[in-house]
Design a protein around this ligand. Structure first.
Ligand SMILES: NC(=O)c1ccc[n+]([C@@H]2O[C@H](COP(=O)([O-])OP(=O)(O)OC[C@H]3O[C@@H](n4cnc5c(N)ncnc54)[C@H](OP(=O)(O)O)[C@@H]3O)[C@@H](O)[C@H]2O)c1
Length: 324
């Protein structure tokens, strides 16, 4: 088969469409013929050599895909999945390829009525957003959630999901166009982080019960100032660095909590729990049309380098798909 290999750590030009051996599905895994995959910021970090795949994972980038099951390893017969099923999947890597081996616990059916290619935009954002807003962040109806990077793949999904839960949604983004798109998706409070102090604005709006953060170090202080008493900060990205000073006095007085998580490094059993939660609680919202994947553009898989250039320029809103 062919896959996008990272020849060496570097810029987008190190991504090369190459002939490679077919993956062999192991115990409890199926082989998926990939129709589409999608680009995630983590793929950019992996390409730069800053985010190596966890042990045992495919060396090719790609954390999600859609496609058709074309083979299976031992122990799959009793799982309900079979050759010919159309699926989308959360991956630990290897999505930028013609075929990928996937543990059955990470498979999801294509949501009813959805184009199978478009479905490749869902698994990573659905699992990340559901696990962090619900399992970790305990978001409830009537609460206010601040979502940083509202125009991102993660953000465009998180806005719709939080709204569907009955939360009031605030977002930050770096342009008027992205903020307008966030409003269309259901955000009520929109903040241009280039021109406005988001912590001040959130305090004026009564404070956030939960912050979903992608910046890390550079936003830590302002995130804590944005939270109301009992507020939770959930950090899922480190685009603004990994270290910062933590004001424990503010945490203590306001009874705040800070958690940081990553989906990719979780063991397969934990991923399976998240995937089944998504199937139960998120898929019905997608099938009802309350949540739609926001796809900025689709490029051929061979043009992964161009897709990475777009992502690094932040010109996109929502997801960038790579199709066969
Ligand atoms: N921990 C996990 O399990 C997990 C899983 C998936 C994703 N993530 C993380 O989630 C983040 C988003 O991922 P993605 O794939 O959705 O990437 P993406 O679409 O490229 O989104 C990144 C966004 O950040 C915005 N941004 C840049 N600087 C900002 C700032 N100072 N304040 C607010 N927004 C800013 C960018 O747009 P503008 O500047 O134009 O607004 C862009 O929309 C990444 O950090 C990624 O690593 C974590």
């Amino acid at each position: 088969m062919h896959a996008i290999r990272i020849i060496e750590p570097g810029g987008p030009e190190v991504l090369a469409w190459s002939e490679v051996p077919d993956p062999v599905p192991g115990e409890g895994e199926v082989l998926v013929d990939v129709a589409a995959t999608a680009v995630n910021r983590a793929d950019v970090s992996q390409r730069q050599g800053k985010y190596p795949p966890p042990p045992g994972a495919s060396e090719y980038p790609g954390l999600e895909c859609s496609g058709t099951i074309v083979g299976s390893g031992p122990g799959v017969e009793t799982t309900g999945w079979a050759v010919g099923d159309r699926v989308c999947a959360l991956l630990t890597g290897g999505g930028y390829a013609e075929r990928v081996a996937v543990p059955v616990g990470q498979l999801l059916p294509i949501p009813k009525g959805m184009d199978p290619v478009e479905a490749a935009a869902l698994p990573e954002v659905a699992c990340t957003v559901w696990s962090n807003l619900v399992m970790v962040g305990r978001l409830r109806a009537g609460e206010t959630v601040l979502i940083h990077g509202g125009g991102s793949g993660i953000g465009t999904f998180a806005i719709q999901f939080a709204r569907a839960l009955g939360a009031r949604v605030a977002v930050t983004a770096g342009s008027a166009e992205k903020l307008e798109r966030c409003r269309e998706l259901g955000a009520e409070i929109t903040i241009d982080y280039r021109n406005e102090d988001f912590a001040e604005r959130m305090r004026a709006e009564g404070g956030a019960d939960l912050v979903l953060d992608i910046m890390g170090g550079s936003y830590l202080g302002a995130n804590l100032r944005s939270l109301t008493t009992g507020g939770r900060l959930v950090i899922i990205g480190l685009m603004g660095g990994r270290t910062a000073e933590l004001d424990l006095g503010r945490m203590l007085v306001k009874r705040l909590s800070v958690q940081a998580t990553t989906l990719r490094s979780r063991p397969a059993a934990e991923k399976a729990v998240i995937v089944s939660g998504v199937l139960e609680q998120v898929w019905p919202l997608v099938e009802k049309g309350d949540i739609r994947p926001v796809v900025d553009r689709a490029l051929p898989l061979e043009d992964a380098a161009e897709a990475h250039r777009v992502m690094e320029s932040s010109a996109h809103t929502g997801k960038i798909l790579l199709t066969r």
